[in-house]
Design a protein around this ligand. Structure first.
Ligand SMILES: [Zn+2]
Length: 406
């Protein structure tokens, strides 16, 4: 506890680090010091953590803490950024994070931008009831039982519809394309591509996921984190596919560069990610909370990343897809977990009810799906979404013609 005190602080304009002395009266052994300094127009805003040894006079020197450093510029494009929301609840309580907006590349990101495997362990413990994650197990079972698994996936979710569209020329080429899936998870997309005539390798950072995928679909998979692709010894792929992965990663540029380095000449990188372009800009964050999703991308964000990596982006047009989704009870709001790790339901009442019904009576699934389709029918989706979808699907190529300038 701090009783009283006064600090004398000098901050280094270049490093932002502070040095100083204090005459503080304190009994705690540890405390956080939250400061804001304005030195000749240079604003230093940092939190320092240091020990106080029951003393009334001490000297201290701050250490930069990468978790609490305040961003001033966009990690993607170096444009100045603005904090648009403070204290957004984290995916798992009790964490909080801030939302920053970059007007330069039209990107939102969460800060502090840390992530850990602990959050995914928490998620996978309750994954079957967790909207967004609950579908992975369902899709694994459905794909294993399907004669035409790629079409099944494309019918069920916009993400896979986009991937099938992107790969259509390769699938129709008459030869056996070599494809790498990064973040293969339960393995169903890799298997569906294998069944569609591709020579496939699926990689995932989770050995549990790889073991499950291999047990269901055979030896198509191996363990490799997305962050060490360059060292994986893989290469020469006609396409590298990665669905709903890039928004989880701290270094999207590094990921795209590494993934592109695994392509054969003329190859394509197919990426899907939640689509910020669908939402009004006054909605600060409407995707999974950090530390699960660290980024919320627009098409402009992905163009920027692609161009920085020497690639040319195009986007799949979803107008032919709308109203086709057969996936019932799609999550309508991002989810989160409370202090005990239990799911906090924030889904719509309709979706929650439908999900409960399907869990108890799987035989009702086709009927509920029909009701869902009637509710969010094709016409409605077309009018609302146009060429967009909830996720966007970007195709990045090294050799594509640059976009025409009108
Ligand atoms: Zn930016």
């Amino acid at each position: 506890m701090i009783h009283s005190g006064e600090f004398v602080i000098e901050a280094d304009k270049n490093t932002g680090l502070a040095k100083g002395t204090s005459s503080i009266q304190a009994t705690a052994t540890d405390f956080l010091f939250d400061e804001r300094l304005d030195l000749q127009g240079y604003v230093v805003e940092r939190k320092f953590q240091f020990a106080v040894l029951e003393t009334h006079a001490l000297t201290f020197e701050s250490k930069p803490n990468p978790v609490t450093d305040i961003p001033t510029h966009c990690p993607l494009c170096a444009h100045p950024v603005e904090r648009i929301l403070a204290g957004h609840p984290a995916y798992a309580a009790p964490g909080r994070f801030d939302i920053y907006d970059c007007g330069g590349c039209d990107t939102r990101f969460a800060w502090p931008m840390g992530t850990s495997s602990a959050i995914y362990e928490q998620i996978y413990r309750v994954a079957e009831q967790l909207p967004g994650y609950d579908r992975y197990e369902r899709l694994r079972a459905a794909v294993a039982a399907s004669d035409s698994p790629l079409d099944l996936l494309a019918d069920r979710e916009d993400v896979y519809w986009g991937v099938r569209e992107a790969l259509r020329p390769l699938l129709a080429s008459g030869r056996r394309p070599r494809i790498l899936e990064i973040g293969s998870g339960m393995g169903y997309l890799s298997f569906a591509l294998h069944r569609a005539g591709c020579d496939i390798v699926g990689i995932d950072h989770s050995d549990v996921a790889v073991a499950k995928a291999t047990a269901t679909f055979g030896p198509l998979f191996r363990v490799a984190p997305a962050e060490s692709l360059a060292a994986s010894g893989l290469g020469g792929f006609d396409a590298v596919v990665s669905t709903e992965v890039i928004e989880h990663l701290q270094d999207p540029h590094g990921f795209v560069r590494d993934a592109a380095s695994l392509l054969a000449p003329g190859g394509m990188l197919v990426l899907t990610t939640p689509n910020m372009d669908l939402y009004p800009r006054d909605l600060a964050w409407h995707t999974d909370p950090a530390p699960v999703h660290l980024w919320w991308f627009s098409k402009t964000s992905l163009r920027r990343i692609a161009w920085d990596c020497g690639l040319q982006p195009t986007f799949i047009d979803y107008s032919a897809h709308h109203g086709r989704s057969r996936e019932p009870a799609r999550t309508s709001k991002p989810q989160s977990l409370d202090e005990a790790g239990n799911l906090v339901y924030r889904d719509s009442a309709f979706n929650t009810f439908a999900r409960t019904l399907i869990a108890r009576f799987p035989g009702l699934s086709p009927l509920i799906t029909r009701i869902f389709l009637a509710r969010t029918g094709r016409q409605f989706a077309r009018e609302r979404f146009g060429r967009e979808s909830l996720s966007m699907c970007a195709v990045l190529r090294a050799d594509a013609a640059p976009p025409a300038i009108p």
